[in-house]
Ligand binder design. Structure first.
Ligand code: FNR
Length: 187
Protein backbone atom coordinates (compact mmCIF):
# COMPACT_ATOMS: atom_id res chain seq x y z
CA UNK A 1 0.00 0.00 0.00
CA UNK A 2 1.33 3.42 -0.87
CA UNK A 3 1.51 6.06 1.88
CA UNK A 4 -0.64 8.17 -0.42
CA UNK A 5 -3.57 5.91 0.38
CA UNK A 6 -3.43 6.47 4.13
CA UNK A 7 -5.81 8.63 6.14
CA UNK A 8 -5.59 9.02 9.91
CA UNK A 9 -7.96 10.66 12.37
CA UNK A 10 -7.09 12.37 15.65
CA UNK A 11 -8.99 11.73 18.87
CA UNK A 12 -8.42 14.55 21.36
CA UNK A 13 -8.62 13.94 25.12
CA UNK A 14 -8.90 17.57 26.24
CA UNK A 15 -11.85 19.95 25.99
CA UNK A 16 -9.81 23.01 27.02
CA UNK A 17 -9.72 25.92 24.54
CA UNK A 18 -5.98 26.56 24.84
CA UNK A 19 -5.15 22.86 25.23
CA UNK A 20 -1.54 21.99 24.48
CA UNK A 21 -2.73 18.56 23.33
CA UNK A 22 -5.10 20.21 20.89
CA UNK A 23 -2.11 22.22 19.69
CA UNK A 24 -0.22 18.99 19.02
CA UNK A 25 -3.21 17.46 17.23
CA UNK A 26 -3.63 20.58 15.07
CA UNK A 27 0.03 20.44 14.04
CA UNK A 28 -0.07 16.83 12.86
CA UNK A 29 -1.55 17.34 9.37
CA UNK A 30 1.39 19.59 8.49
CA UNK A 31 3.92 17.10 9.90
CA UNK A 32 2.62 14.00 8.12
CA UNK A 33 4.63 12.25 5.40
CA UNK A 34 3.76 13.36 1.90
CA UNK A 35 0.44 11.97 0.75
CA UNK A 36 -0.78 11.05 4.25
CA UNK A 37 -3.84 12.99 5.36
CA UNK A 38 -4.91 13.58 8.95
CA UNK A 39 -8.21 15.06 10.10
CA UNK A 40 -9.78 15.68 13.49
CA UNK A 41 -12.64 13.59 14.82
CA UNK A 42 -15.53 15.46 16.44
CA UNK A 43 -15.37 16.65 20.03
CA UNK A 44 -15.80 13.98 22.69
CA UNK A 45 -17.45 16.75 24.72
CA UNK A 46 -20.58 16.04 22.64
CA UNK A 47 -20.92 12.58 24.18
CA UNK A 48 -23.26 12.14 27.16
CA UNK A 49 -21.96 10.23 30.16
CA UNK A 50 -22.09 6.54 29.30
CA UNK A 51 -25.23 4.84 30.54
CA UNK A 52 -26.39 1.47 29.22
CA UNK A 53 -30.00 2.64 29.54
CA UNK A 54 -29.25 5.53 27.16
CA UNK A 55 -27.53 3.09 24.80
CA UNK A 56 -30.64 0.91 24.82
CA UNK A 57 -32.60 3.90 23.47
CA UNK A 58 -30.11 4.22 20.60
CA UNK A 59 -26.53 5.45 20.23
CA UNK A 60 -26.12 9.24 20.30
CA UNK A 61 -25.50 10.58 16.75
CA UNK A 62 -22.09 11.96 17.79
CA UNK A 63 -21.00 8.48 18.88
CA UNK A 64 -22.23 6.85 15.68
CA UNK A 65 -20.55 9.50 13.52
CA UNK A 66 -17.23 9.11 15.31
CA UNK A 67 -17.41 5.32 15.10
CA UNK A 68 -18.02 5.51 11.35
CA UNK A 69 -15.10 7.91 10.88
CA UNK A 70 -12.82 5.55 12.81
CA UNK A 71 -13.96 2.53 10.81
CA UNK A 72 -13.19 4.44 7.59
CA UNK A 73 -9.73 5.59 8.76
CA UNK A 74 -6.45 3.70 8.35
CA UNK A 75 -5.43 4.62 11.88
CA UNK A 76 -6.34 6.66 14.94
CA UNK A 77 -3.97 9.07 16.67
CA UNK A 78 -5.01 9.66 20.28
CA UNK A 79 -3.62 12.93 21.67
CA UNK A 80 -4.44 13.42 25.31
CA UNK A 81 -3.39 14.93 28.61
CA UNK A 82 -2.81 12.87 31.74
CA UNK A 83 -5.21 13.48 34.64
CA UNK A 84 -4.26 12.16 38.06
CA UNK A 85 -1.77 9.72 36.59
CA UNK A 86 -4.38 8.25 34.25
CA UNK A 87 -6.75 8.73 31.30
CA UNK A 88 -9.00 11.83 31.49
CA UNK A 89 -12.58 10.86 32.30
CA UNK A 90 -13.93 12.47 29.13
CA UNK A 91 -11.66 10.32 26.97
CA UNK A 92 -12.44 7.12 28.87
CA UNK A 93 -16.15 7.96 28.55
CA UNK A 94 -15.74 8.35 24.78
CA UNK A 95 -13.89 5.04 24.48
CA UNK A 96 -16.60 3.34 26.55
CA UNK A 97 -19.30 4.59 24.16
CA UNK A 98 -17.31 3.72 21.03
CA UNK A 99 -16.54 0.26 22.39
CA UNK A 100 -20.26 -0.60 22.50
CA UNK A 101 -20.88 0.11 18.81
CA UNK A 102 -21.69 -3.10 16.90
CA UNK A 103 -19.05 -2.17 14.29
CA UNK A 104 -16.29 -2.41 16.99
CA UNK A 105 -14.40 0.52 15.42
CA UNK A 106 -11.13 -0.12 17.25
CA UNK A 107 -10.90 -3.86 16.51
CA UNK A 108 -7.55 -4.42 14.75
CA UNK A 109 -7.30 -0.65 14.15
CA UNK A 110 -3.78 0.82 14.19
CA UNK A 111 -3.57 3.34 17.04
CA UNK A 112 -0.84 5.88 17.80
CA UNK A 113 -0.58 7.50 21.25
CA UNK A 114 0.67 11.02 21.93
CA UNK A 115 0.47 13.12 25.08
CA UNK A 116 1.63 16.53 26.25
CA UNK A 117 1.96 17.85 29.78
CA UNK A 118 3.70 20.67 31.62
CA UNK A 119 5.20 17.94 33.81
CA UNK A 120 8.46 16.14 33.12
CA UNK A 121 6.95 12.77 32.18
CA UNK A 122 4.73 14.16 29.42
CA UNK A 123 1.71 12.02 30.24
CA UNK A 124 3.56 8.68 30.23
CA UNK A 125 1.45 7.16 32.99
CA UNK A 126 -1.76 8.00 31.13
CA UNK A 127 -0.47 6.24 28.02
CA UNK A 128 0.13 2.99 29.84
CA UNK A 129 -3.39 3.02 31.25
CA UNK A 130 -4.72 3.79 27.79
CA UNK A 131 -2.81 0.83 26.37
CA UNK A 132 -4.58 -1.40 28.87
CA UNK A 133 -7.98 -0.24 27.61
CA UNK A 134 -6.92 -0.81 24.01
CA UNK A 135 -6.04 -4.41 24.85
CA UNK A 136 -9.72 -5.11 25.51
CA UNK A 137 -10.73 -3.18 22.36
CA UNK A 138 -8.28 -5.39 20.40
CA UNK A 139 -6.61 -2.40 18.75
CA UNK A 140 -3.11 -2.57 17.27
CA UNK A 141 -1.26 0.05 19.30
CA UNK A 142 2.10 1.23 17.94
CA UNK A 143 4.90 0.74 20.48
CA UNK A 144 8.06 2.76 19.92
CA UNK A 145 9.18 5.47 19.70
CA UNK A 146 6.78 6.88 22.27
CA UNK A 147 5.63 10.51 22.09
CA UNK A 148 5.38 11.95 25.61
CA UNK A 149 5.92 15.69 25.37
CA UNK A 150 7.08 17.04 28.73
CA UNK A 151 7.46 20.72 29.61
CA UNK A 152 4.72 21.41 27.08
CA UNK A 153 3.88 24.92 28.31
CA UNK A 154 7.33 26.02 27.20
CA UNK A 155 6.76 24.46 23.78
CA UNK A 156 3.35 25.98 23.03
CA UNK A 157 1.68 29.35 22.63
CA UNK A 158 0.01 30.04 25.99
CA UNK A 159 -2.98 31.81 24.43
CA UNK A 160 -3.82 29.23 21.77
CA UNK A 161 -2.03 26.02 22.73
CA UNK A 162 -0.39 25.96 19.29
CA UNK A 163 2.78 23.89 19.23
CA UNK A 164 5.74 26.23 18.68
CA UNK A 165 8.79 24.07 19.47
CA UNK A 166 10.63 23.04 16.31
CA UNK A 167 12.48 20.11 17.93
CA UNK A 168 9.13 18.65 19.05
CA UNK A 169 7.72 19.12 15.55
CA UNK A 170 10.74 17.29 14.12
CA UNK A 171 10.20 14.44 16.55
CA UNK A 172 6.49 14.23 15.69
CA UNK A 173 7.40 14.08 11.98
CA UNK A 174 9.49 11.00 12.74
CA UNK A 175 6.77 9.57 14.98
CA UNK A 176 4.21 9.83 12.18
CA UNK A 177 6.61 8.34 9.65
CA UNK A 178 7.25 5.38 11.96
CA UNK A 179 3.49 4.90 12.38
CA UNK A 180 3.04 4.89 8.61
CA UNK A 181 5.69 2.14 8.35
CA UNK A 182 3.88 0.18 11.08
CA UNK A 183 0.51 0.49 9.36
CA UNK A 184 1.93 -0.52 6.01
CA UNK A 185 3.91 -3.44 7.42
CA UNK A 186 1.03 -4.94 9.36
CA UNK A 187 -2.02 -4.29 7.16
C1 FNR B 1 -3.73 17.63 35.60
N1 FNR B 1 -2.43 17.71 35.11
C2 FNR B 1 -1.60 16.62 35.20
N2 FNR B 1 -0.40 16.57 34.50
C3 FNR B 1 0.38 15.45 34.55
O1 FNR B 1 1.42 15.42 33.91
N3 FNR B 1 0.00 14.37 35.29
C4 FNR B 1 -1.15 14.34 36.00
O2 FNR B 1 -1.45 13.36 36.64
C5 FNR B 1 -1.98 15.50 35.95
N4 FNR B 1 -3.18 15.52 36.62
C6 FNR B 1 -4.09 16.51 36.36
C7 FNR B 1 -5.41 16.37 36.83
C8 FNR B 1 -6.34 17.32 36.48
C9 FNR B 1 -7.77 17.12 36.93
C10 FNR B 1 -5.97 18.44 35.71
C11 FNR B 1 -7.01 19.48 35.33
C12 FNR B 1 -4.69 18.59 35.29
C13 FNR B 1 -1.97 18.92 34.43
C14 FNR B 1 -2.25 18.81 32.94
O3 FNR B 1 -1.19 18.13 32.31
C15 FNR B 1 -2.37 20.24 32.36
O4 FNR B 1 -3.51 20.86 32.91
C16 FNR B 1 -2.45 20.21 30.85
O5 FNR B 1 -2.39 21.52 30.35
C17 FNR B 1 -3.73 19.53 30.38
O6 FNR B 1 -3.66 19.33 28.99
P1 FNR B 1 -4.34 20.33 27.95
O7 FNR B 1 -5.76 20.54 28.38
O8 FNR B 1 -3.55 21.61 28.00
O9 FNR B 1 -4.20 19.63 26.65
Amino acid sequence: MSAKNLHFVTLLGSLRKASVNAGVARALPTLAPEGVTISALGSIGEFPLYNADLQAEGFPPAVEAMGAAIVAADGVIVVSPEYNYSVPGVLKNALDWLSRLPAAPFKHKPVLLQSASPGALGGARMQYHLRQTFVFLDARVFNTPEAMIGGAYGKSDSATGDLTDEATKDFLRKHLAAFVDFVQATS
